[in-house]
Design a binder for this molecule. Structure first.
Ligand SMILES: NC(=O)c1ccc[n+]([C@@H]2O[C@H](COP(=O)([O-])OP(=O)(O)OC[C@H]3O[C@@H](n4cnc5c(N)ncnc54)[C@H](O)[C@@H]3O)[C@@H](O)[C@H]2O)c1
Ligand SMILES: O[C@H]1[C@H](O)[C@@H](O)[C@H](O)[C@@H](O)[C@H]1O
Length: 360
């Protein structure tokens, strides 16, 4: 089992559709952005259907895209014969049923994170997709871990792989949001926000996470009632490397996502708006200031574009070219341990099935 599985290219069994007809389910903040991207910036696909629990919202978004229909029932949208592929940006609690319906119909799905709300249901998706793959040779599920498509993260991974900073030992992460919507809980900070660092750690280091510890520093006065914010999360990998994450979701400032990898022979950092910054001796006392993005839509705009473009291209070839169901499951298993660690205050081991066992 590897943390970043390379999915096999599979032969194209059916003709490639001239334009992939996409249904976008859930057209709130992320879904509406995905519709706009597919409509304006991504070739080879068109938004044929949108579906949302809020009918007026679906109507407004569909009105922006010529030829786009509203299908109010999300499962009917997935079953629609004029839909070739699905983007899921509905709330996480609906992902399990909707992803399983896509697998059942044998159509590609890009599912926003989290894959599902619990590790067990994510594992169910891994198994359902494996069964489909055993019959057809095709993969269907991609999970919206868009940071993997961000040029800075991609370069950082290449730098590590090149050996330029030696064996990576420790990773320091900061994940700061200016604010979060009402209803966010301390557990959901782990499941909804820290989940990105969990995937980044697996992506950069190529190892699974073995154990999680969560500490609660003094909370900001801006935190909502009962919310522990910030959190400090320590992830230990199977190879003995450690990743610390400061996750602070109500800073009141801007969107800051930084990752620094410390290796045996040097260190490198991203998230400063300057590409990959390697440590070097510079002029003493030099102070450089950078502008930080107001939110994730701005910081990761290019990553979302590349994510969708690669998904469309791969779906038209009958394959998946990005984080898959296993990555979604592995991240959920770590978050489940994180939520337990939060509750008990103790270091908690991650319970992860072996990849080989799930395939047998
Ligand atoms: N990758 C990222 O950086 C990123 C950023 C934000 C959100 N997300 C993820 O995207 C998803 C959506 O988040 P959002 O911020 O856009 O939320 P949102 O609340 O803005 O939008 C969700 C939409 O789904 C609709 N909806 C409710 N029930 C539905 C159902 N059963 N089927 C279809 N639609 C339904 C709601 O009416 C709403 O319009 C979540 O999974 C979230 O974690 C990812
Ligand atoms: O749902 C959002 C989204 O995933 C963002 O990328 C992340 O920065 C936020 O913390 C989270 O709440």
């Amino acid at each position: 089992m590897t943390a970043t599985e390379t999915l096999p290219a599979v032969p194209v069994a059916e003709p490639i559709p001239a334009d992939l007809r996409v249904a976008v389910l859930g057209v709130g903040l992320m879904g509406a952005d995905h519709v706009a991207r597919l409509h304006r910036r991504i070739s080879g696909a068109r938004v044929a259907v949108v579906s949302d629990a809020a009918a007026d919202r679906a109507g407004q978004v569909a009105a922006e895209v010529p030829g786009c229909r509203v299908v109010p029932d999300p499962l009917a949208a997935i079953a629609d014969p004029e839909v070739d592929a699905v983007v899921l940006a509905s709330p996480g609690r609906f992902h399990e049923e909707q992803v399983l319906a896509c697998i059942e119909r044998g159509i590609p799905v890009l599912c926003e994170k989290p894959l599902t709300m619990e590790a067990g249901s994510s594992l169910g998706i891994v198994r359902a997709e494996d069964a489909y793959t055993a019959r057809t040779g095709r993969r269907l599920v991609q999970v919206g871990f868009m940071r993997r498509f961000d040029p800075e993260y991609a370069q950082l991974r290449e730098l590590i792989a090149s050996g330029a900073i030696g064996e990576p030992l420790v990773v320091h992460c900061a994940h700061r949001n200016p604010a979060v919507p009402p209803g966010v809980t301390t557990e959901s900070i782990v499941q909804d926000s820290v989940v990105h660092e969990v995937d980044v750690a697996r992506f950069l280091l190529g190892e699974e996470i073995a154990a999680v510890t969560v500490l609660r520093p003094r909370s900001t006065r801006h935190a909502g009632e009962g919310l522990s914010d910030p959190l400090l999360v320590l992830l230990e990998t199977t190879g003995g490397r450690m990743v610390d994450v400061e996750c602070f979701v109500s800073t009141g400032l801007a969107y800051e996502v930084r990752t620094e990898v410390v290796g045996e022979d040097g260190s490198a950092m991203i998230g400063l708006g300057q590409g990959v910054v390697r440590q070097s001796a510079g002029p003493a006392g030099a102070v450089r200031s950078t502008v930080i993005a107001p939110g994730f839509r701005e910081r990761f705009a290019l990553a979302y574009d590349l994510e969708l473009r690669r998904w469309v291209d791969a779906a038209r070839r009958g394959t998946v070219d990005g984080p898959g169901a296993w990555d979604g499951y592995a991240a959920q298993a770590v978050c489940a341990a994180g939520v337990e660690a939060l509750r008990t205050g103790r270091r908690t081991e991650v319970r992860l099935e072996s990849r080989e066992a799930t395939q047998s």
